[in-house]
Design a protein around this ligand. Structure first.
Ligand code: GDP
Length: 250
């Protein structure tokens, strides 16, 4: 599990390299556009594109995080309009005619005012989605940094634990609204989350946790860089110098 999401780069190019990866990731995130909405799993398009699902308790800051990461004011607004709050909203990412990933905004759970029957139905849809969506490449779980994991968050982690454990699905936990914590509270929140997530750790698991504030824009670049890396793994750059046999000639 990594707390620091950008592996530290060595040498004088470190800052430049880090910045350019972050710039590319933010530019990619900004391409997000609404694709479709579905109230049932079988209404979702079958796709080969890697999908990153955003999940979290209602009010955890999921819509704000999506809007901040994509640098769009109202992208996740659709998910908040009455009648759409329990839909899975899909957004397309990447070049216009060559989408390279999908972002799925799943309904927030645990909202007290939702009738129990509807709640259970939605928890089931969510569980099914997380267990069977074939193209699911990663999950971003928003957790309010002041509250930590709730029971429903833990249940959600249980749903995805097998796919996290075998490395099929990656996980990023964003501890949201971190601007509301002082430095030591923030460190304590991070340590507590890391401890819970330790249970998911296996050799193959790719589990990350980071403090995030939409208000202060902190953690945004790192989160975008991580997600970009999940769906668009970097093709190794041709080394400036290298032994000739390392190059493949056409
Ligand atoms: P959702 O239900 O998970 O989509 O949550 P929202 O994105 O609607 O956010 C819930 C509340 O938390 C709203 O009042 C937001 O303004 C507030 N909020 C979200 N992100 C932040 C943040 O980074 N800092 C602070 N201070 N408040 C935030």
């Amino acid at each position: 599990m990594t707390e620091q999401m950008n592996p530290p780069l060595k040498g004088s190019d470190a800052a430049t390299e880090g910045n350019s990866a972050e710039k590319a990731a933010l530019a990619w995130a900004h391409t997000a556009r609404f694709l479709t909405t579905a109230s049932r799993l079988n209404e979702l398009p079958q796709t080969e594109l890697p999908e990153v699902a955003f999940v979290g308790r209602s009010n955890a800051g999921k819509s704000t995080a999506i809007n901040t990461l994509t640098q769009q004011k109202r992208l996740a607004f659709a998910s908040k309009t009455p009648g759409r709050t329990q839909h899975i909203n899909l957004f397309e990412m990447g070049p216009k005619l060559e989408a390279n990933a999908l972002l799925a905004d799943l309904p927030g759970y645990g909202y007290a005012a939702v009738a129990r029957g509807a709640k259970l139905r939605w928890q089931q849809v969510m569980a099914d989605y997380l267990e069977v969506r074939r193209s699911l490449a990663g999950v971003v779980l928003m957790v309010d940094s002041r509250l930590g994991f709730t029971d429903l968050d833990r249940q959600l982690l249980d749903f995805i634990a097998p796919r996290i454990g075998n490395g099929a699905v990656k996980l990023l936990v964003l501890l949201t609204k971190s601007d509301k914590l002082n430095r030591s509270e923030a460190q304590a929140a991070l340590a507590a989350a890391q401890q819970t997530l330790g249970e998911l750790t296996t050799e193959e698991a790719d589990v990350n946790v980071a403090l995030f504030s939409a208000l202060k824009k902190s953690g945004v670049g790192d989160a975008a860089t991580l997600l970009h890396g999940w769906v668009c793994p970097l093709t190794p750059a041709t080394p400036a110098s290298g032994t000739p046999e390392e190059h493949v000639h056409p």
